[in-house]
Design a protein around this ligand. Structure first.
Ligand SMILES: [Cu+2]
Length: 317
């Protein structure tokens, strides 16, 4: 029902969403009035001025100044209203309040990292407090492609590029989970680049952050480190843990099975194999899959983090 009362738009959940909708409705209603008016005029004129006999001739009218001014000035005024209104809203959407809470957003093929000022990194959902302006400083990973961050209920959409920051901001007006998407087709894992912006009360937010900050990666069991990295490093964009193939093979039940490589070798997926698959993906390409796994993990992850990933995959029996 909500969809019907709001021209099929999803509910408006940010401070500026209502303004965007109002302008959208204004343009729709003006268009509707014009379409109906013009259609009626066309039908009426074609009946009234239709050719009634062979002798009928068309009168010669060269111009009509009054009419021409009217049909120029009215649309001009309408367009200027839309421009002024839209510009005003656009400036609001582009200008975060000075005290905004800042989150660094990183996109990659295929996932997201949201880094909070206290160092906490979220990889699936972005948790923010309600009634607080949140500024997003956004960038795509080096050598990655463009992605786009879209939260329909906030009326927020912004592209992310490698080597360049882009910005957006919002203030959520209600607690709840609001879905976000990548809305720029970026490759095989594009359709899984989604999650929720979780809007919570301030005290709930503080509690959550305290919990997250207390998590010490060095004190965590290896498999848990691996699970965290599986999400944070974007493995989940290409590998599932439930048996389904995605861009790459699933991790479920992988450990100690026989794997056939594109070059004909058959290898056993022991710890060595798994570690080498992560560090040197070009060296052992699983048959039937593209050779497009990122090759940087050996450089960017620590020894313990790599072991954590191996341990995480081992436990998915
Ligand atoms: Cu995408």
């Amino acid at each position: 029902m909500e969809y019907l009362t709001n021209f099929f738009l999803p509910s408006a959940e940010s401070t500026y969403a209502g303004g965007v909708d109002a302008l959208f409705h204004f343009i729709n209603i003006i268009s509707l009035i014009l379409v109906v008016g013009i259609t009626i005029a066309i039908v009426y004129f074609s009946i009234k001025y239709r050719r009634k006999s062979q002798e009928d001739t068309t009168p010669l009218i060269t111009h009509n100044t009054k009419l021409e001014i009217t049909w120029t000035v009215i649309p001009l005024i309408l367009i200027l209203i839309v421009f002024g209104w839209g510009f005003n809203d656009y400036v609001e959407m582009r200008t975060p309040p000075a005290n905004a809470y800042e989150v660094y957003v990183e996109s990659f093929s295929f996932g997201w990292n949201f880094e909070h000022p206290n160092g906490v990194v979220e990889s699936e959902n972005l948790t923010v407090p309600v009634n607080t302006p949140v500024r997003l400083i956004m960038r795509s990973r080096q050598d990655d492609v463009l992605h786009s961050f879209f939260v329909p209920q906030f009326r927020l959409k912004q592209d992310l590029m490698p080597n360049r920051n882009t910005y957006a901001w919002f203030e959520a007006v209600r607690p709840g989970d609001f879905v976000y998407f990548c809305t720029e087709y970026c490759g095989g894992g594009h359709s899984i680049m989604n999650g929720y912006v979780r809007v919570v009360e301030q005290d709930q937010f503080d509690e959550y952050m305290e919990e997250e900050m207390g998590r010490d990666l060095d004190a965590m069991p290896l498999a848990e480190v691996g699970e965290l990295l599986y999400r944070r490093e974007g493995c989940q964009g290409c590998h599932t843990t439930d048996g389904a193939s995605r861009v790459g093979p699933t991790f479920a039940g992988l450990f100690m099975t026989e794997r056939e490589m594109t070059d004909g070798r058959v290898l056993t997926a022991d710890e060595d194999y798994l570690l080498n698959a992560i560090v040197n993906p070009r060296d052992q390409v699983v048959a039937g899959y593209p050779n497009n796994m990122p090759a940087h993990y050996g450089d960017t992850l620590s020894e313990r983090e790599l072991q954590g990933l191996v341990e995480f995959i081992k436990e998915l029996q």
